[in-house]
Design a protein around this ligand. Structure first.
Ligand code: ADP
Ligand code: ADP
Ligand code: ZN
Length: 212
């Protein structure tokens, strides 16, 4: 099973990616998490990506495509995957299709629709685990022990790029650069749109139905 999760920042991709991966028995990856992992290890790629991420801009295609393709091509991900936040540009989508051509392409593209005021509230309260990247929300999805991850007891932190000014820029970059990708999958006929504004459990239920 090869699945893509799409949606604006804050629409619930990260929250649902591990659920999707568990019910389809494949691994999931977030391109944003891969960049943040490089950043925390202070790699050259991480330092370069930071200059874009801090401003809410997309990291250039060549770098992003190279990074995600090497994850996809790892032996443990050959049987399938859930991609969270990739592709976001037409070039990324085309590269993915070229690369997957021989093994059958993408099975399902799931788009989370959430109104902008709700996205702003979600991102303003988002906290995530420094160790395993699990997202929480101060009000909507708080951890059991304040400040620490339920899964691994890692420390929770707030992303710098979740500040209101950067969020506004990310939403406008999404509309500009990712709308054509959504249109493309719509035309190809494998786009499934989901109401991402419902509760986490209701969204999980819609995902189960989408997989049937
Ligand atoms: P969100 O889930 O809130 O949209 P991510 O954690 O997925 O945010 O991404 C954080 C940042 O990483 C983005 O603002 C962008 O700079 C970079 N990034 C992530 N995925 C991509 C991508 N597919 N193409 C270009 N840049 C990306
Ligand atoms: P994305 O990966 O698309 O940027 P996240 O999964 O990180 O989005 O979710 C953004 C924020 O919204 C997080 O704080 C998360 O806990 C919260 N959240 C996710 N899904 C829901 C939901 N269905 N209802 C309320 N809050 C949600
Ligand atoms: Zn954790």
């Amino acid at each position: 099973m090869k699945i893509i999760l799409m949606g604006p920042p804050g629409s619930g991709k990260g929250t649902q990616a591990s659920f999707m991966a568990s019910i389809t028995e494949v691994n999931s990856v977030s391109s944003g998490d891969l960049f943040r992992d490089n950043l925390s290890r202070d790699t050259e790629l991480g330092r370069m990506a930071k200059t874009y991420m801090d401003r809410g801009k997309y990291v250039p295609d060549d770098v992003t495509i190279g990074m995600v393709m090497s994850w996809i091509e790892a032996p443990e991900n050959k049987k399938g995957f859930v991609l969270d936040g990739f592709p976001r540009t037409l070039l990324q989508a085309e590269s993915l299709d070229d690369r997957l051509g021989a093994i059958g392409g993408i099975d399902k593209v799931i788009l989370f629709n959430v109104p902008e005021p709700e996205l702003i509230k979600r991102l303003a309260g988002r906290i995530l685990c420094r160790k395993c990247q699990t997202p929480y929300h101060k009000v909507f999805s708080p951890p059991i022990k304040q400040g620490f991850c339920d899964m691994c007891d890692g420390e929770l932190f707030q992303r710098q790029d979740d500040s209101e000014a950067v969020v506004r820029e990310r939403l406008s970059v999404y509309t500009e650069e990712t709308s054509p990708v959504i249109q493309r999958y719509k035309e190809l006929g494998n786009l499934i749109e989901i109401d991402g504004s419902l509760s986490i459990e209701e969204v999980e239920q819609s995902l189960r139905e989408a997989l049937e």
